[in-house]
Design a protein around this ligand. Structure first.
Ligand SMILES: [Zn+2]
Length: 439
């Protein structure tokens, strides 16, 4: 089986490649990049004129909700949403029920995601950093690592005790396992539901101060410097966090970080008051935060973009703002938001955009992904993006079970059109020009 992607703009940050040309996939492996010999032998040809041909996108921060909460999302619906969003590799967070602190649960995730309905999308599990995600003692991280976790995290339940965090990082350093942290001091932010500031004051909602995030960013960065444990800071949202991470990198700490599309495209003033589709943790911050985050994306202090895809059922979000759970879905809007707010505004070049959505996240968790080099991924993982198409997001037409998005009705420029992964092809309904040629 030979598939040829013809005449696209090939963007592969892993080899600093930005050229117009063709890519061939033969028996589910990338065969040729740039020029394809005997394209007439192809079983299928896709005319990619005007489109980008990129390595499959990689998301380090996804909540798949299974086991335990499959009414919110399942591994199958989550991988379908990933394919529609252009992602071929997603890392799933351990705050399931039970939490992913047992190798048998890692086996379950890997088995389930290898089933045919998962559409060839790779799921890389993140193990619970502490037993039961209770923040008290480390999980059996060595066994979890053998079972296949790519990182460890207590995302959603930030470890409050610095001594516990230090022990976890010492262990992960020995295992050469990256630690990913949601940074929040609960003695400051607990009980809050949005950013603490003028908007929370007007709405009369309890705020979450920026310092609650920054204190833990600083603590974890210094523990990373002390232990040399690779640390990945999840969803950076304040200008102070950015400055601390910049300083930690300067000092030589092995620290990386991500930003979510909502934090560079929305601020607290954009919220529709009391609409729980704007409730996430960390919360939407201010214009000052957003400006510095955009600058940090441009200069590279912020390494990558991750969605924090956090689906919830409608009845769960349909509560008062204080009571509703945190989180929004993100897999199917990430490319649209990123191209509209970063690429088309000149914050990132097309090649840098793909670096932050694919190559760099793959490097951070050492995943076999994020490249078009033949033989460097287990199977071909390729995404085709139309950077110019304008489309309106309709949350009711998504694959995710979660319909909790602040972007319903928003218009974006740029959309993934084709996703090739594990021998499967996802083709967007808007794909205009598929030419299936007979061999
Ligand atoms: Zn999360």
């Amino acid at each position: 089986m030979k598939i040829v992607l013809k005449n696209g703009r090939i963007l592969d940050p892993s080899q600093d490649l930005d050229m117009v040309g063709d890519v061939s996939i033969v028996n589910d492996q990338i065969a040729e990049v740039g020029r394809v010999s005997s394209p007439e032998d192809a079983d299928e040809t896709y005319d990619c004129t005007g489109m980008w041909i990129t390595p499959g996108l990689v998301d380090l921060h996804v909540h798949l909700r299974e086991p335990g909460f499959s009414h919110k999302e399942s591994i199958i619906t989550g991988t379908q949403a990933a394919a529609a969003g252009g992602f071929t590799t997603i890392c799933c967070m351990p705050n399931t029920s039970p939490p992913l602190d047992d190798p048998a649960l890692i086996d379950f995730i890997l088995d389930r995601s290898a089933s045919p309905e998962a559409g060839g999308i790779f799921v890389a599990p993140i193990g619970a950093l502490t037993k039961g995600m209770k923040g008290e003692r480390p999980s059996d991280l060595a066994s979890l690592r053998r079972a296949g976790i790519v990182a460890a995290s207590d995302d959603a339940f930030p470890i409050q005790d610095a001594q516990v965090m230090l022990r976890c990082m010492e262990l992960c350093r020995q295992l050469d396992l990256p630690v990913a942290t949601h940074c929040e001091d609960l003695s400051l932010a607990g009980g809050g539901s949005m950013n603490e500031g003028s908007v929370s004051a007007v709405l009369g909602l309890k705020g979450m101060p920026r310092t609650a995030e920054e204190i833990q960013v600083a603590r974890n960065c210094m523990l990373s410097l002390e232990t040399l444990c690779p640390l990945h800071i999840l969803h950076v949202s304040t200008w102070g966090s950015v400055e601390i991470i910049k300083q930690a990198k300067y000092l030589g700490a092995p620290v990386t970080c991500e930003v979510c599309p909502h934090h560079f495209s929305l601020i607290d003033e954009d919220m529709i008051p009391f609409d729980t589709n704007y409730k996430m943790n960390p919360p939407l911050r201010t214009k000052v935060d957003q400006d510095l985050i955009l600058q940090a994306i441009e200069e590279g202090t912020i390494d990558c973009i991750a969605t924090d895809h956090a689906p919830h059922a409608a009845h769960e979000k349909d509560r008062t703002f204080d009571e509703a759970p945190f989180g929004i879905v993100g897999l199917e809007t990430a490319v649209g938001v990123t191209l509209t707010h970063l690429t088309h505004k000149g914050v990132l070049s097309p090649l840098e955009t793909i670096r932050r959505l694919s190559t760099r996240p793959a490097e951070i968790f050492r995943l076999d992904a994020g490249t078009l080099k033949p033989g460097r991924t287990p199977v071909a993982q390729v995404t085709v993006i139309d950077p110019a198409i304008e489309w309106t997001f309709d949350v009711n037409k998504t694959f995710s079970k979660g319909k909790n998005s602040p972007y319903h009705g928003a218009t974006f420029r740029g959309k993934p059109m084709l996703t090739f992964s594990g021998g499967e092809v996802y083709c967007d309904a808007l794909w205009p020009q598929r030419i299936a040629m007979m061999a």
